[in-house]
Structures are given as structure tokens and as C-alpha cells.
Design a protein around this ligand. Structure first.
Ligand code: ASP
Length: 436
């Protein structure tokens, strides 16, 4: 029969109708024993997620504005859900406790975490599963970094005692007992940690799309679904902007070799995308294309650069001193380019360039703005000759100027830089060249 951990996102839990679909999915397969939940998401376009309402409460308090009305809206959503589902869980003491903590200056992480906490309480009662709080089980160090192994042991130890359970996603605790959340969308990470702790056969991640598509459907309208993808390929794609699954959710699942299956709560018959270790794509050359706009490129040329020891280290130290991360470093014998995100370098670029001039005396240094990066990813590329030729020829024929090329040695990823205004066109051209 196997054992499944199923994580449901906010849209799957937004109201009574969605929760009923979720319950049907869970009861359809007795292997779905451990359920991880997000906070209720949007019920319709223009609706507000509970997590955002909770952050709003905190913002009101910080600005000395009355927060009660917003808090009441949140309580009402849970009450309506509980009544709708005929669940008899007493939420009033919970609301009261949260209200008290809010008044006493509780942290933003604590407040945000209550969305998942309350939801897990309601859903555990609805399913007749145990409620297991992740407070004290998911552990962070004092600096807020996840303690992966400690967490694994604590979760495994606790979950042994429960045949089936609902756990809130998104948060854990620091050594001083304070609640700490992951970054937004972090319930995906909780799901992966739980899957590893119980040694699940599969980690199902239920959302409102039937898995990954080969390209952003807002750019390629009929983009094909990806039925299988490797952890590595997905990592390359999520890093570049494909955002169905929190990128940090891949690591714990991969560590235990647990496949992740992205599924659609609204179309449960779709098999979705399966993320596993090695994937044989058959004849298929590329698995997906993803990209992000708004990078700057600092291009540096210096004669005999290659023989100047410590040049790259000094260069990177300057960026580090300004707290700017570097995305890519394409280089030649006497030149090097640093690709940095615009929002990271905004307001600092002139100072950085001055400092590079002073410390490294390059012959020329130029900054190219408005660059977009596009990653074409696929294990199928590594075994085949002519993949890059096809990619570059099709772009050239379409009149897209490639400003930068970066291909890792693993050959599962070719990254190109184009100007922002060519971004969408370039993705469509690559898609048509390889897929259509
Ligand atoms: N509720 C949190 C958010 O909206 C976490 C999650 O849903 O994964 O980001």
C-alpha cells in the first residue's frame, strides 16, 4: 500500500467546497496518512490570503492602528469553515489566546504561523486525524537556520506515536522556544521534512495546477505539461523563476530519495508532475525553460587578467562587502562578467564600479542594464550534439541578440542573457525550436 505524505496548499483549503475536495482526495487512498496544511488561501480573484491578513494585523499594531476588525475577519473565516464542515472544534479559546499574544507584542512570525495552526486544528477534526503541532518539532538554530537532522529525528520520534495526523506547515521553533517561519510558501518545506521523517514512498504536493509546464503559460500559451523531471532539473528551473514548489522543499525529499508528485486538487484524476532522481526522457532533448528579468551585468576587461593571481577573489570580495550576491560569472581569458540582480545592486552600482576601478585597475569596465536570464534545462541535452547550435541558430534567425552565454559542465543547463525586451520572444523561440 505504501505511505504517502500529502501537503495541501492554500487554494486547496480556501473554503468548505475546497476542503471537501481535499477530504475526498485523502479518503480515496488510505496511504495518505500524514497531511500537512497551509493557511486558507484565496477563494476568488481579489480575495486576500489568511497569511496576508495576519501580517496586516501585525502592521496595524506596529502603527498603533486598531487591528480588531482585521482579526475578526480572520476568526470569521475559520468559524465559517468549521460550521460549513460540521466540525465541532472549539476555536474561541484559540482566538482569545492569539488576541492576547497580539496585544502583548508577539512577533510577526508567530502571528503569521497562526494561519496554518488554526487550519490544521480544523482539518484534523474534519478528517478525524490527530493534530500534531510542528512547534518544537521543526527546529531552527539561533540564527534562524533549519536544523535538518534534529528536525528529522524529532518529527520521526513524534509521528511514530500517531497512525495518522494533520500538521501545520510553514513554521517551527528556535532554541529559545520562539516561533520561526520559513519564507513565503514554506509549507512545502514542512511537507518534505515530514515525508523524510516518516520515510514516505511519495510526497504529494496538492495545489491548483496539474504540475509543471515546460514554459510559463503566460508566455507560451499552449506549453506542454512535464510529467517527469529530476530533482536537479527542477532545481535549475525553480531557481530561474518556475514557482510551483518552494525551491527549498526539494532538498529534504532528495536526501531520502522520496519522489515528489505535484497534483491538482481541482483535477485529481490528472497524474501531475513526478519529481525523482534519475529520469529517462527518451528522445526529448529539453525538459523545461524558465527565466527571470532584471539583471545587470558588470563586464570587466584587463589585459593579462588570467595571470594576475587573486583577481577574481578581490573582485568578489568587493561585491560581498556591498552585500550583493552574484548569479553567474561568465569569463574569458582576459575578461570576466558578473551577473547580478538589479534589486540587489540598486543604489550601489556606482560605488561598486569605482571601487573595482581603484582596487583592480581594469582596462575597461562597462555595466549593461535591463538583462534577462533564460535557462534551458534538460538531461537530454547532455548526451546530444548540436543542442546549443540549435538554440543559438533559432535565436539568431529570430533576431534575438544573445548578450551572454553560460553552460555548466553538467550540460543539463544552458543559460543565456538577452535584453529584457527580448525575454518573452526568446522563450517562445526556444520552445518552438525544441518542443513544437
Ligand atoms: N501560508 C504561507 C504563505 O502564504 C505559507 C504557505 O502557504 O506555504 O506563504
Amino acid at each position: 500500500m505504501g505511505l504517502k505524505v500529502a501537503k495541501f496548499g492554500g487554494s486547496s483549503l480556501a473554503d468548505g467546497i475546497q476542503l471537501t475536495k481535499t477530504k475526498n482526495i485523502i479518503t480515496a487512498d488510505p496511504a495518505r496518512k500524514y497531511i500537512v496544511v497551509s493557511a486558507p488561501g484565496k477563494r476568488y480573484d481579489g480575495d486576500v490570503k489568511v497569511t496576508d491578513l495576519l501580517y496586516l494585523c501585525k502592521a496595524h499594531i506596529e502603527n498603533n492602528l486598531p487591528y480588531e476588525q482585521v482579526f475578526q475577519v480572520i476568526c470569521d473565516r475559520y468559524m465559517a469553515m468549521a460550521i460549513n464542515l460540521g466540525v465541532t472544534v472549539d476555536l474561541f479559546p484559540e482566538f482569545e489566546k492569539i488576541r492576547q499574544n497580539l496585544q502583548n507584542g508577539a512577533s510577526s512570525d508567530y502571528i503569521a504561523s497562526r494561519g496554518e495552526y488554526l487550519n490544521a486544528r480544523v482539518i484534523a477534526a474534519f478528517l478525524g486525524y490527530d493534530f500534531v503541532d510542528t512547534e518544537g518539532l521543526i527546529r531552527f538554530d539561533a540564527k534562524g537556520r533549519l536544523l535538518t537532522e534534529e528536525t528529522n529525528e524529532a518529527l520521526a520520534e513524534e509521528l511514530k506515536k500517531h497512525e495518522s495526523a494533520v500538521l501545520p506547515g510553514f513554521y517551527g521553533t528556535t532554541p529559545d522556544g520562539k516561533i520561526k517561519t520559513f519564507s513565503r510558501g514554506g509549507s512545502d518545506i514542512t511537507g518534505a521534512l515530514v515525508a523524510r521523517a516518516v520515510n514516505a514512498d511519495v510526497y504529494e504536493n496538492w495545489t491548483d495546477v496539474s504540475g509543471f509546464l515546460m514554459a510559463d503559460p503566460r508566455i507560451v500559451s499552449n506549453a506542454k505539461p512535464i510529467s517527469r523531471i529530476s530533482y536537479k532539473e527542477l532545481r535549475e528551473l525553480s531557481y530561474m523563476g518556475a514557482s510551483v514548489l518552494h525551491e527549498d522543499a526539494i532538498y529534504p525529499a532528495r536526501l531520502a530519495n522520496i519522489p515528489i508528485n505535484i497534483r491538482n486538487t481541482n483535477l485529481p484524476e490528472d497524474t501531475g508532475t513526478m519529481i525523482t532522481d534519475g529520469v529517462d526522457h527518451g528522445d526529448q532533448v529539453i525538459t523545461g525553460i524558465a527565466g527571470t528579468k532584471d539583471f545587470d551585468v558588470i563586464a570587466i576587461y584587463k589585459n593579462m587578467m588570467a595571470s594576475e593571481k587573486g583577481f577574481i577573489r578581490k573582485l568578489l570580495t568587493i561585491l560581498e562587502d556591498y552585500d550583493v550576491g552574484v548569479e553567474h560569472i561568465p569569463s574569458g581569458i582576459d575578461n570576466i562578467s558578473l551577473v547580478v540582480s538589479k534589486k540587489d545592486i540598486e543604489g550601489k552600482i556606482d560605488d561598486i564600479v569605482d571601487e573595482i576601478r581603484r582596487k583592480l585597475a581594469p582596462d575597461t569596465i562597462e555595466v549593461f542594464e535591463e538583462m534577462a536570464l533564460i535557462a534551458t534545462v534538460g538531461h537530454g541535452m547532455s548526451a546530444r550534439q548540436g543542442t546549443s547550435a540549435k538554440l543559438f541558430t533559432s535565436l539568431a534567425e529570430a533576431g534575438v541578440n544573445i548578450r551572454m552565454i553560460d553552460q555548466g559542465a553538467s550540460e543539463i543547463n544552458i543559460i543565456i542573457g538577452v535584453i529584457n525586451s527580448d525575454f518573452e520572444k526568446a522563450i517562445r523561440v526556444i520552445y518552438n525550436a525544441f518542443v513544437e
